[in-house]
Design a protein. Structure first.
Length: 373
């Protein structure tokens, strides 16, 4: 057993090279991160630290706080639930510049820890696949917290593998930090009849919602809905052509059609359900890929929480086409093309669609998922 857990030095060295390259990329993005993603997250934590819950989701109040640290206009909206602002409050107790450094280093450590877990759980080469995975590094460089979603997904996977379904679901329920990305998890849990895991997910999600409402009140909750649905905030959903969803795909190939978009979303969700019905672990890549394709406001760094599922596909699928698509999604190429002119950004959602199709149609028979009681 001990020999199987030993990671070759060459593998560690290769991973460190990619980590270093991506960290250097992050340094180039640091100024932008301080004025965009990190700024709005720090603002949410600062308002929570000061007890300004009633104003938490008011754009004018957010902008006033942001302008204490950077001369920005318009507002970089803080769009996370109130419970997450409470989680960020300790970060906001640190001065802005120091907090940015702490934030960046912390997520690099968490990301590296997740990659080391995968090396032990799947195969030593999983460490290199993780180090290659651009969305996580891109998110860290932008001051985002997408590695949190990756870590929560991995934690849920570990607990499920250890036959602790309620705890696994409870950890997955914390994905409501970015609730639009978590929407397919309960759907696929119902498809798998994983009732205890679904109970854990719903319990955590309900608790997070209740805490958020308690913190901001009913009026603050109404302000939150208005913030998310408002059309007057230019930075709420920028760069539709950069999104890795179906809408971004159609926009980049010049085939924008509401009917076609609905049809492709329906196909993606159906494929995710069919994939999840085959093996339990397929829940993770299917839920992540299906959400990225189907929902609005999904960018390349949001794909970070797909990585645990990709590891599972690469090392557990028997069909070479499924493994090949998953491996391609671990490389930086599709996400690099996402920044190129049209039609190249269409490659990423096309690969996500291919992954779901392969997972759903894989010809080798698989055991049905166990039903928890």
């Amino acid at each position: 057993m001990a020999s199987r857990l030993r990671i070759p030095l060459a593998t560690i060295a290769a991973a460190l090279v990619f980590f270093a390259l991506y960290a250097a990329l992050g340094v180039q993005l640091a100024d932008m991160a301080r004025t965009h993603d990190f700024l709005n997250l720090y603002t949410g934590g600062r308002m929570a630290l000061e007890g300004r819950w009633a104003e938490l989701h008011e754009p004018a109040a957010q902008l006033a706080v942001e302008r204490q640290y950077r001369d920005v206009n318009p507002v970089r909206p803080f769009v996370r639930p109130a419970f997450y602002a409470a989680f960020l409050a300790p970060l906001a107790a640190i001065p802005f510049e120091a907090a940015f450094v702490v934030w960046t280093v912390f997520w690099w450590v968490v990301f590296a820890a997740c990659c080391l877990w995968a090396a032990h759980a799947f195969h030593p080469d999983a460490l290199v696949l993780g180090a290659l995975f651009l969305p996580a590094a891109l998110g860290i460089g932008h001051g985002q917290d997408c590695v949190l979603m990756l870590a929560l997904t991995a934690g849920s996977f570990v607990l499920a593998e250890r036959n602790r379904p309620f705890a696994s679901g409870a950890v997955a329920g914390l994905l409501v930090v970015k609730f639009h990305l978590a929407v397919l998890f309960p759907v696929l849990l119902v498809a798998q009849r994983r009732w205890r895991m679904l109970g854990g997910f719903c319990a955590t999600a309900a608790a997070c919602a209740a805490v958020s409402v308690a913190l901001v009140g009913l009026e603050g909750s109404r302000e939150y809905v208005l913030l998310l649905t408002g059309k007057d905030l230019p930075l709420l959903s920028p760069g539709r052509d950069l999104m890795v969803n179906v809408a971004g795909l159609l926009l980049n190939v010049g085939a924008s059609s509401r009917l076609l978009e609905i049809a492709l979303i329906a196909a993606a969700v159906t494929a995710a359900i069919l994939a999840a019905k085959r093996d339990f672990w397929r829940l993770y890549p299917a839920a992540a890929a299906g959400a990225l394709l189907s929902l609005p406001h999904t960018y390349a760094y949001d794909a970070a929480f797909l990585l645990p599922g990709l590891w599972a596909v690469v090392y557990r699928c028997r069909w070479k086409w499924t493994r090949g698509v998953a491996a391609a999604l671990c490389t930086p190429l599709p996400y690099g093309l996402n920044l190129a002119p049209a039609p190249w950004p269409a490659v990423t959602p096309l690969l996500l669609l291919a992954l779901l199709a392969c997972l759903a149609l894989e010809p080798l028979r698989s055991a049905p998922p166990a039903v928890d009681s």
